[in-house]
Design a protein around this ligand. Structure first.
Ligand code: ZN
Length: 119
């Protein structure tokens, strides 16, 4: 692993910030629909992420939902110690790319291949 602990810590914070941002937009959706079917989510004081059911997540845009899942997966990788490794070629992702998109799953080459449908 070429990434320093300090770098990973910083990326972890970015990931959590972004996740918080998505969760806030989710809160708005929940508040908007509060009177109909979200009582379960409103009752408990703890508003941790695990608490948001798939039902609410499904109201996010596809892009947000994908980012959300990618962030969860990136946070998992930090715990497992394989953060920053491309899921395609298993090489290290360029730190500059991680800096820009901490939840990136692929290096630039694999991302391009994926977008063209080769992966
Ligand atoms: Zn790759």
């Amino acid at each position: 692993m070429g990434l320093s602990d300090a770098f990973i810590k910083r990326m972890e914070k970015k990931l959590l910030d972004k996740m918080q941002e998505i969760v806030s937009s989710l809160d708005e959706i929940i508040d908007r629909t509060a009177d109909t079917d979200s009582r379960g989510a409103q009752d408990e004081g703890d508003r941790s992420v695990s608490h948001y059911s798939l039902h609410y997540l499904s109201q996010l845009s596809t892009r947000e939902l994908e980012t959300f899942k990618a962030i969860e997966s990136a946070l998992g990788k930090i715990k497992e110690g394989n953060f920053g490794v491309c899921e395609g070629c298993k090489d290290e992702i360029n730190p500059k790319r991680i800096e820009a998109i901490p939840w990136a799953k692929y290096c630039v080459e694999c991302q391009e291949k994926k977008e063209k449908g080769f992966l």
